[in-house]
Design a protein around this ligand. Structure first.
Ligand code: URA
Length: 208
């Protein structure tokens, strides 16, 4: 099990701006994209490199390039789209899969309503992103689905986590490492992260 809190000052500063209830949707969206790039830098730190011959204007050299197939970014709809934007700015050639889940009002279980993944997801590293790891029901269901689709290497990136979500996630998928900007205090009775930042999807898309 691996949980990395990216405590870089730029990440923490931008996260504090995002938490502020008076931050506009436009700024919230921009800050989420910027933090996604900073977290993405850490999430991709161990990508393997292989040398390729190139010519600089001065000479030939063996230059390191990222090896293997392009990775897949998988946002969990809808708030995950905000993190995916930043990751794609960092890695424009990445493939993109989408997973849509809603919470069954009776059972509270995550129910899949949309899933579109690259055919060869089994050959690629997958980065799943969702800003809020609260109960972890959606994240666990998304990873279940990806594993059933054959994805052998999966990483999970979020903006904020609750201790309850980290525990549920790592109990279900101890092999999937997590990167987050912070682990907050707890979940409230409505499963909101406290102190948190409210509803990430609503703040991202201005729906409240
Ligand atoms: N989802 C959100 O958008 N916010 C929370 O605090 C918890 C889940």
């Amino acid at each position: 099990m691996s949980v990395t809190v990216v405590d870089h000052p730029l990440v923490q500063h931008k996260l504090s701006l995002m938490r502020d209830k008076d931050t506009s949707s436009a700024n919230f969206r921009r800050l989420l994209r910027e933090i996604a790039m900073l977290l993405g830098y850490e999430v991709t730190r161990d990508l393997p490199l292989a040398p390729q011959r190139i010519e600089t204007p001065l000479t030939g050299m063996e230059a390191p390039f990222i090896e293997g197939k392009k990775l897949v970014v998988v946002p969990i709809l809808r708030a995950g789209l905000g993190l995916a934007d930043g990751l794609l700015e960092l890695m424009p050639q990445a493939r993109v899969g989408h997973i849509g889940l809603y919470r069954d009002p009776e059972t509270k279980a995550a129910v899949e309503y949309y899933c579109k993944l690259p055919d060869d997801v089994a050959d690629r590293l997958v980065i799943v992103c969702d800003p809020m790891l609260a109960t972890a029901n959606s994240a666990v269901a998304a990873i279940d689905l990806l594993k059933r689709s054959g994805a052998p290497r999966i990483k999970f990136m979020c903006l904020l986590a609750a201790p309850e979500g980290v525990k549920a996630f790592t109990d279900a998928h101890p092999d999937v490492p997590i990167w987050t900007a912070a682990i907050d205090s707890h979940l409230d009775a409505h499963a909101y992260i406290v102190p948190g930042l409210g509803d990430a999807g609503d703040r991202l898309f201005g729906t409240k």
